[in-house]
Write a protein that binds this ligand. Sequence first.
Ligand SMILES: [Cu+2]
Length: 500
Amino acid sequence: MRPRASSSMIKRREFLGAALAGMGGLLAGFGRGSNAQGMMGRRPPAGVALPEGEPLDFPDVLRNESTKPGQFSGTLVAAPTPATLIPGKSTAMWLYNGAAPGPLLELVEGQHVRIRFDNHLPLDTTVHWHGLPVPPDQDGNPMDPVRPGVTRIYEFDVPAGTAGTYWYHPHAHQTVAEQVAHGLAGPLIVRDEDDPLAHIPEATMLVSGLRLDSNAQISANNPTDWMLGRQGETLLVNGGRLPVHTVPPGTTQRWRILNTTSARYFRIALDAHTLTLVGTDGGLLAAPIAGLAEILLAPAQRVEVLVTVNATPNARYRLRALHYGSNLMSMGSNADEDLLTLATSTRRAASAFIPPSLRPITDLDFPSMRQRVELSENMGVGMMGGGLSRFLINGRSFDMNRVDLATVQGRVELWDIVNNTSMDHPFHIHGTQFQLASRQAAGVVTPAPYLAWLDTVNVPARQSATIKVRQTMPGKRMFHCHILEHEDAGMMGVLEVRPG
Ligand SMILES: [Cu+2]
């Protein structure tokens, strides 16, 4: 999927140049309904199989167009883009700057960021800076759509203490699942001058899902997708199927792993290795947690892990996405799936020192308010609308003109997120990082085992999670299930943050 000079139809820089020059002829006919429709009538290819095993590719870094210190200025263009995923086939995708994943937005704490965003898609979109505390009116809320053909500027400061792994994706009303399925997602990393792991080589691994139909086009959602979230997708890492990541034997690596799928839960595990967890959604933990055989990554979550690679030269190991049962009905078609091959080269390297402490995490203590968020499903109603009113928060379907919960700037609150459905939901709040306080299952309360910054927490079926949360900027924030089909189907609410 990643454009490459050797095999590909498009080169990103050429694409961007053409896009900025008014799109040129490159994209002609790739809107909804023209060529895309024409392809649907083609006969299926003999076999729809993605090429696999190419070297792990990394997204280009979005160029900083500013020369002013402390300033980042960049351009993102969302546009219909033909891509060659299967040799001899052209797949109509929607991409940022012509690439899947989109370019890496690499920011530094304290920077002022100005992103020019051009919407060349045939529908409304927004850019949401998932997990970053940016002002509500710059956060790509569904209330602030960018219409087709329109350019808008997103502008915000990167606060101190936010070093971590984030991502950006569309957040338009009721079309998020469709837009992400077509390829719109990109990584965002905030760096800090005092990174205690700066001496360790790192790799960003953005996991996305892809499901093609027999014409090599992005499949439309089926009724099961609208219930469980999009199922049966092939997992890609940085746009490639089962890529090979080659490293010296014995080396220590820092991997930033992002789950940008619409609905796929998986347990990350690496053959013959344990993982050391050092970071979550909002950045580093207080201290590394070593010896993990697996780590659950819910949709939209990120982790940073350290891997000290076995010293055997010329060995191969698989990084795996192990099956996770995310519903009590045992439905869905997602089995274990390999993500990438870790290959060792010949010449050995030394392992890295892993500091015993990483950074302080202040406990969000002394909550002064408790709020309840109940996730439910409406089994009887909604079939007429294709299931669009099935998933509710506090008994209601999303309405962007309604305020569902209110808080005050700076106030720490406990939120009890109660899942009264038979499937897991990854619960996300915009504009802040929160801390898991405890979980409750069958009446038993289990405190969180360690402090970590999260913007998305999994709430298993028939269980609840209690989080400590604080908002720092006034305005309207979204909170929702990050199974994108559930979000589109109404499992979302509006939090109004009032000035403190
Ligand atoms: Cu959900």
